[in-house]
Design a protein around this ligand. Structure first.
Ligand SMILES: [Zn+2]
Length: 301
């Protein structure tokens, strides 16, 4: 049972919007690529775990704070007196290990993913202990990209390679024990302990001025020119849908800025008149304030 489905990654939405509207530096592009790839891997893992029987409680994307130490868990599986921590790595290419060290396909040293996993397990164990729970914890690194290979001389049972994914799932499914209320309560307790972190804190700073103004095609992200017909993919957009999509983007990127007719007119690159922008805003948002300070806010009714 999927007790906590994976929430939408706001950070990724922000980065996708920014990627359309500004030129990323090399390191910003790498951040975007890493997050996008990581998310792809998590979605693949979620689809794979649909093969688990209903006896499991699945909790996704948890962030905990244990006495000032933060740790994140991609997927947690609760079974009878046992908890599995799964760290999903959607890595590609031929990686190598030498003793305790890991190397990328180009031979650069990379972080040993076990160190992070061990830290996570230790902190989680302490947290559980404080909750009065003493189940066994098993942690696994799940490599679920078929294009991944690891050259290593040691056998580590805590690594699941792409070719072992099916067997691993089969192994888990051989131990079904119906979980009682106690386990559901534990799952709820863990969800209650989860911290929501602002996506703005985690990504690099950006400004309004850096962003290219205009309306983008929802299909291929190309900027519309003078008409709401995409020159790249032929998508034909509707005025209201196009404006509202741009407003949502503006609100997400600049939550501190007020939504005004002039502001949205500029944000949309003047693709439609102020009169039309005002009409769409008034229809979908609530106007507050007077004359110079008036702006639109989310309707609550
Ligand atoms: Zn398009």
């Amino acid at each position: 049972m999927n007790f906590r489905p994976r929430p939408e990654k706001m950070e990724l939405f922000l980065l996708r919007y920014l990627n359309c509207r500004m030129v990323f530096s090399e390191s910003q592009a790498l951040t975007f690529f890493t997050i996008e790839k990581g998310y792809e891997g998590e979605l693949k893992s979620d689809a794979w775990l649909k093969g688990l029987t209903d006896e499991w409680l699945i909790l996704n994307d948890l962030l905990f704070d244990y006495h000032g130490s933060r740790f994140q868990i991609d997927t947690l599986l609760i079974a009878y007196e046992k908890i599995y921590i799964l760290d999903v790595k959607y890595w590609e290419g031929d990686h190598t290990t030498k003793e305790d060290k890991w190397f990328t396909p180009t031979g650069k040293p990379e972080k040993n993913p076990f160190h992070q996993l061990e830290r996570c397990e230790t902190l989680f164990q302490r947290m559980l202990h404080d909750l009065g729970i003493h189940y066994t914890i098993e942690s696994y690194l799940i490599f679920n990209n078929p294009e991944f290979h690891l050259y290593t001389t040691s056998i580590n049972p805590a690594i699941i390679f792409p070719t072992q994914l099916n067997r691993f799932l089969k192994k888990l499914n051989t131990k079904p024990v119906k979980l009682n209320k106690k386990y559901h309560e534990l799952a709820q307790q863990l969800v209650d302990h989860n911290i929501e972190e602002s996506p703005y804190k985690r990504i690099f700073p950006y400004t309004y001025e850096q962003q290219k103004k205009g309306v983008t095609c929802p299909n291929c992200k190309t900027f519309f020119t003078d008409e709401l017909v995409c020159k790249n993919c032929g998508y034909v957009d509707e005025v209201e849908a196009a404006i509202l999509r741009s407003v949502r983007e503006f609100i997400l990127l600049f939550p501190e800025k007020k939504v005004t007719t002039n502001g949205i007119y500029e944000w949309c690159g003047g693709i439609r008149s102020k009169k039309i922008i005002r009409r769409v805003l008034a229809k979908n948002y609530k106007l507050v304030g007077h004359s110079l300070t008036s702006h639109f806010v989310q309707r609550t009714d």
